[in-house]
Design a protein around this ligand. Structure first.
Ligand code: ADP
Ligand code: UDP
Length: 237
């Protein structure tokens, strides 16, 4: 496999073309951003930690029958993935109220949500990722109703695999964000990443935040916490 031109540079990852039409390289940089790119810092080792974390989680999801982009871990900070035609929405499941839900609905952080909730957000930094619903997605042609149902089904299926995994490590999976895309055959496949940058994880006993809220809220020990999370679920980094 030969890495070729840069296709896209996001806030945290750079995407490269390869000599294979249907494969890309994701390069996980140390850049860490919050508040739609307003706060950006370089955190040592974060690219490597997230790349390996993401690969580990996606392998677990594959083993549970959820189709993911992952082909092969290439190096410390690079992963070979299937090229997907990304659907421009973020799929968020919440088990516990936190973050934007607390601000939007005035509920208390930590409220257990039963059943867990599902929300779509449009991927658009300039508009601050507004919440959208099924009607916006079909009316603007971002995805069909069948694709919407499949994204919801898969996002909840991920909860069934990862909630117990983190729970065994003494953590609560509070919420998480997933992105999906279409592969060459039109299948909905999990893309982007699952790392502590895109989810909330709290220690079950102390409720200590172990995810990107450490960066958002300036709590320190960001990458150290990600490494601890990995260790608790069986990944030594
Ligand atoms: P952002 O776009 O939010 O700044 P990143 O820095 O993580 O995010 O950039 C990664 C970009 O690559 C995102 O736009 C994401 O949708 C896209 N992407 C992730 N996985 C794939 C994939 N398998 N195929 C094509 N594009 C992908
Ligand atoms: N999230 C993300 N990228 C985004 C927005 C949210 O990965 O652009 C994740 C976030 O880390 C959290 C979940 O999605 O785990 C829900 O985020 P929320 O809507 O509470 O927004 P926030 O206040 O975190 O921006």
């Amino acid at each position: 496999m030969q890495k070729k031109d840069e296709l896209y540079r996001g806030k945290a990852k750079t995407v490269f073309l390869t000599d294979s039409d249907d494969k890309l390289v994701l390069f996980f940089r140390n850049d860490t951003s919050a508040f739609d790119g307003e706060k950006i810092e370089q955190l040592e080792r974060k690219g490597e930690v997230n790349n390996k974390f993401n690969h580990y989680i996606m392998q677990k999801l594959e083993a549970a029958g959820i189709q993911t982009q992952v082909e092969e871990l290439l190096s410390d900070a690079e992963c070979l993935v299937k090229k997907l035609d990304m659907i421009p929405v973020e799929c968020v499941v919440r088990n516990i109220a936190a973050g934007s839900m607390v601000k939007r609905l005035g509920v208390e952080e930590g409220l257990v949500l039963s059943p867990p909730t599902f929300e779509f957000f449009l991927k658009n930094d300039a508009l601050h990722d507004p919440m959208v619903n099924d009607y916006h997605i079909t009316a603007f042609g971002w995805a069909t109703q069948d694709q919407i149902e499949e994204m919801k089904r898969l996002t909840f299926a991920v909860n069934n695999v990862l909630k117990p995994l983190f729970e065994e490590g003494g953590m609560l999976l509070v919420d998480y964000k997933l992105e999906f895309g279409l592969d060459a055959d039109g299948n909905i496949v999990l893309g982007d990443e699952f790392t502590p940058d895109g989810c909330r994880l709290w220690d079950k006993e102390t409720r200590k935040k172990l995810d990107k809220d450490r960066f958002r809220q300036g709590l320190g020990s960001v990458v150290e916490s990600y490494i601890e999370v990995a260790k608790r679920i069986g990944l030594e980094l």
